[in-house]
Design a binder for this molecule. Structure first.
Ligand SMILES: CC(C)(COP(=O)(O)OP(=O)(O)OC[C@H]1O[C@@H](n2cnc3c(N)ncnc32)[C@H](O)[C@@H]1OP(=O)(O)O)[C@@H](O)C(=O)NCCC(=O)NCCS
Length: 170
């Protein structure tokens, strides 16, 4: 389904495949560098993930990875890991030059809408110094459940109940 997703030009979130691994890793590393700098931690999992691990994630049908392409270029991505009735949102990332256009918000909402029917709540986490993501998640209804130590900062864990809505990703 093609949707506006709050973006001036139509964008289409698509399921990514193994062939997208290199591009996905490049986008992920570029996007998460700002978080690494904010937390003075270059060991963030999205930065350490190898090409082989990205390929394995893309090959796993139980672990959907979505992306948004604009004029062929991969500009945003997100993954959903389902365990029981929980959908864990991971690796939400928008290309640095395309941030602030509504892509992250739209892709997160679309991933939630595309989660399997058995998912009743969503979880995610981010670093305590990630002001942008924390603002975005609060705006979309995520509430903090707890914090856990990570290096010399805290990881903020958030959760929200699923709201009924139509699937927005194919
Ligand atoms: C976080 C991220 C996915 C948001 O995507 P985006 O397309 O830039 O965000 P959007 O344009 O959809 O903005 C949604 C809201 O969040 C806010 N926001 C997003 N990133 C922000 C930032 N770095 N600083 C301040 N506010 C930010 C926007 O202002 C907007 O709020 P508003 O609706 O009140 O105006 C993107 O900035 C990114 O890839 N960051 C680096 C990787 C990362 O931190 N991922 C999340 C890990 S948990």
């Amino acid at each position: 389904m093609v949707g506006q997703l709050g973006h001036p030009r139509p964008v289409t979130p698509l399921l990514l495949a193994e062939a997208d691994a290199g591009e996905l890793l490049t986008l992920q590393r570029a996007a998460f560098l700002s978080e690494a700098r904010a937390h003075r931690n270059l060991e963030l999992p999205p930065l350490l993930e190898t090409l082989e691990q990205v390929r394995a994630a893309l090959a796993d049908p139980a672990y959907p990875v979505w992306g948004v392409r604009d004029a062929g270029r991969l500009v945003a991505t997100v993954r959903l890991r389902v365990a029981g009735d929980v959908g864990e949102v991971v690796r939400l990332a928008v290309a640095p030059d395309r941030q602030g256009e509504g892509l992250g918000r739209a892709l997160l909402l679309a991933a939630e809408a595309a989660a399997p029917a058995g998912v009743t709540r969503f979880r995610l986490c981010t670093g305590e110094l990630s002001a942008g993501p924390l603002h975005l998640y609060a705006k979309l209804g995520y509430r903090e459940t707890h914090r856990s130590p990570e290096a010399d900062y805290q990881l903020v864990h958030l959760e929200k109940p699923r709201a009924d809505g139509p699937a927005a990703i194919r």
